[in-house]
Design a protein around this ligand. Structure first.
Ligand code: NAI
Length: 720
């Protein structure tokens, strides 16, 4: 046996310890599944064996789940739903044989058990979990469902009502919660779990699952009309409604598995689960989510784009210039990561106000039991508010987050440069000004870089790292180390107006402004964007960004030589109506497309109907949805063409984590690849004919379509 050890002790207890060679954790490779099947037969046939314990020889982890490599190669093969269903039937067969082999089987989870790992445990008659370990079925998070019996055994074990939230959210359970819910029957120290499992086998073993006993009824799911079952499903439907509306097929498939499966016996239920699993794994959503959110995001977090040959570094002291919304947020995230922060603003008082932002966040965390008084004090003590540049002495990195104004930025850069040492890196958090032009104001342009955070900084996981023309590889490497120190996800892009994310995001909310100008109902515009999967509608986004700020940005770009296209002229017109005529600049000014009452929720401004009269004919939601997705994907393709984005993985991660492009697509370039570049180009041409030049695909993109050149390579190469 290569993947597990099998021993039988003097008391007749067979111990199966998973130990996948060359991997830090066990995953359910085809070989491991085969060998498990083999040893189950061996134990079943051995009269000396009284009971079986499953455990892991890897410290801290039982089984982490499915084998991603195996899945990826299935995705690359383009497997059919029937083949996907067959994949799930293999594990079903093994676990079904295990639970009906006549010998009691106990699972000693010495560490985490996720996905397929927990499903193996659910196929045992008794489960012990190590304190501090977690269990869960997180498949929904990558567009799949637990296809190893999880949707059938969990509801049968703990009831429909309790299992649905776990299956639909993918939430992980700590040991105490798992015990309370009945997912496990005992909790002990990691070193004792095998002994506890043996004790059960020797004292009170049972070799039959509850669901194989006569007259078994699924708790809370006894029949289609049982009122408590109805209630659970209604709650489950509510949970999935928001998600499925946004194009995720997995939650609805999970609900169907539980609803249909628990009305039948376990074998029929498992067949239903396989059918739905096959459909999901053969579809594009699971493939795209797995690639972007699992494989590529993990690689980005491990700094896949970090230049080799530069020693790993850590920032001990960080300078933040500007204690406004962004500066205060960066100071919070850095201090939370244990970094000393000098937070500088024009006056001591404004700097102190910036620090208060962290105090407020920490107060909230304290009231929710997420931090302790001691930790709160320690983190706040790491933030030093100041108005004196001399305090920046000794900073390894300074991030500038003052007003979006070249002159102001140049001045703070000059003053900081006088204090900073020769090794210090200077970064700008500008959201749109080209980095190479800002770098000219720093004494060492090679040590100047863009570190573009997103608002609110404490919640948003992305940092867009922008290379100026002269930024050195060492500066990039050290900046990426800093992003990792903050536990955020970096993408690396080249310089240009709006870099990558700002440039693409602008096309989204500008498309909303154009729709408004066309006479489309504001509520329809907002809802269509949300139904496409964007977290916030374009008019609400416009209010957040501030329309005065947008106008200034556009004027700056035009002054820098950007062409005034017909659609940009229309966008400017809409912004002027709001800023200059209606005097509603957006949220910061207290009024924009929305009203922001002191009490209650924001509401679309009633005056919009007068400024932007409704067209007699309103479009279908689908037409608007298509425009929102297409314009952003097309702008991404242009950013690739312009050399701003070099890596399809970065483009997808940035679009999802930075601007909220719908998760179900896997990102802007996955959206194009999934449609097929040729179909995407045809879609753009159709939209260009209807709505204007901004949708016209370039010759470069048309050539790509002709040679069927996808943006993403096959996944196999990524899943190293
Ligand atoms: P803000 O207006 O909230 O804060 C700017 C801060 O800089 C203010 O506290 C101001 O007193 C301070 N400041 C201005 N001149 C100064 C000087 N000479 N010396 C010291 N401090 C000075 O602006 P916000 O939103 O925090 O934006 C800051 C930067 O971050 C801008 O470049 C912006 O484009 C960028 N950014 C903004 C995002 C957003 O969502 N608001 C997102 C990403 C980047």
């Amino acid at each position: 046996m290569n993947t597990l050890q099998y021993t039988v002790d003097a008391e007749g207890i067979a111990l199966i310890a998973f130990d996948l060679p060359g991997r830090p954790m066990n995953v359910l490779t085809p070989q491991l599944q085969n060998e498990l099947a083999e040893v189950i037969e061996k134990a079943a046939a051995d009269a000396a064996v009284k009971g079986i314990v499953l455990t892991s020889a890897k410290p801290g982890a039982f089984i982490a789940g499915a084998d991603i490599k195996d899945m990826v190669s299935a995705f690359d093969r383009g497997l059919s739903a029937a083949e996907g269903a067959a994949m799930s039937r293999v594990l079903h067969g093994i676990l079904r044989r295990m639970e009906t082999c006549g010998k009691p089987v106990a699972c000693a989870m010495n560490g985490l058990a996720l996905g397929g790992g927990l499903e193996v445990a659910l196929g045992c008659h008794y489960r012990v979990l190590a304190e501090g370990a977690e269990v869960g079925l997180p498949e929904v998070g990558i567009g799949l469902l637990p296809g190893g019996g999880g949707t059938q055994r969990l509801p049968r074990l703990i009831g429909v009502e309790k299992s649905l939230p776990l299956l639909l959210t993918g939430q992980k359970l700590k040991a105490a919660e798992a015990l309370k819910l009945g997912v496990v029957q005992a909790v002990g120290k990691a070193e004792d779990v095998v002994a506890l499992a043996r004790e059960w086998l020797l004292k009170s073993p049972k070799a039959v699952q509850p669901w194989d006993e006569k007259h078994y009824r699924v708790p809370g799911g006894a029949g289609p009309l049982a009122p408590h079952a109805q209630r659970s499903f209604m709650a489950g439907t509510a949970l999935t409604a928001a998600n499925t509306q946004r194009n995720f097929p997995a939650p609805l498939a999970i609900l169907s598995c539980v609803y249909e499966g628990t009305q039948l016996n376990i074998d029929a239920g498992l067949r239903i689960e396989s059918k739905y699993f096959g459909q999901l794994i053969a579809g594009p959503v699971a493939r795209n989510m797995m690639r972007t959110l699992f494989i590529n995001k993990n690689a980005a977090d491990k700094l896949a784009r970090r230049p080799a040959g530069v020693a790993r570094s850590k920032v001990g002291k960080l300078g933040v210039l500007g204690a406004g919304m962004m500066g205060a947020g960066i100071a919070y995230s850095a201090s939370a990561a244990g970094i000393e922060v000098v937070l500088l603003d024009s006056t001591q008082e404004m700097a102190e106000q910036g620090k208060q932002y962290s105090a407020r966040l920490l107060d909230k965390a304290l009231s929710r039991g997420k931090t302790t008084e001691q930790k709160r004090e320690a983190q706040l003590a790491r933030i030093k508010p100041t108005a004196r540049y001399a305090d920046l002495a000794g900073c390894e990195l300074v991030i500038e987050a003052v007003f979006e104004n070249r002159a102001v930025k140049a001045e703070v850069t000059r003053q900081a440069a006088e204090v900073l040492g020769p090794d210090a890196i200077f970064a700008s958090n500008t959201s749109s000004l080209p980095i190479s032009s800002l770098a000219k104001t720093y004494k060492l342009p090679a040590q100047f870089i863009g570190l573009h955070f997103f608002s609110p900084v404490d919640k948003m996981p992305l940092v867009e790292v922008i290379m100026g023309e002269k930024t050195s590889e060492a500066t990039l490497a050290r900046s990426l180390d800093f992003v990792a120190q903050l536990r955020k996800t970096p993408i690396v892009v080249n310089d240009g107006p709006g870099f990558y994310t700002t440039r693409v995001f602008a096309t989204f909310f500008q498309e909303g402004l154009l729709m408004l100008e066309e006479g489309i109902a504001p509520a329809l515009i907002e809802n269509a964007a949300k139904m496409a999967g964007m977290p916030v509608g374009p008019l609400a986004v416009s209010d957040e960004v501030s329309m005065a700020f947008q106008l200034k940005g556009i004027e700056q770009n035009l002054a820098d030589g950007q062409k005034l296209t017909p659609h940009l002229a229309r966008v400017i017109q809409v912004l002027r109506v709001m800023v200059e005529d209606a005097r509603r600049i957006g949220r910061r000014g207290g009024a924009g497309f929305y009203d922001y009452p002191a009490q209650g929720k924001k509401q679309l401004w009633a005056g919009l109907a007068e400024r932007f009269p409704l067209a007699a004919q309103q479009p279908e939601v689908e037409a608007l949805r298509e425009r929102f997705l297409t314009i952003q994907a097309l702008e991404t393709a242009r950013a690739v063409e312009d050399g701003i984005v070099q890596d399809a993985a970065d483009a997808d991660i940035g679009s999802i984590l930075g601007i909220g492009f719908p998760v179900w697509t896997g990102g802007t370039l996955s959206y194009i690849d999934t449609l097929g570049v040729d179909r995407f180009v045809a879609q753009c041409e159709r939209l260009a004919a209807a709505y204007g030049e901004r949708f016209a695909p370039s010759a470069w993109l048309r050539a790509r379509a002709q040679s069927a050149q996808r943006f993403h390579p096959p996944m196999a190469g990524l899943a190293a």
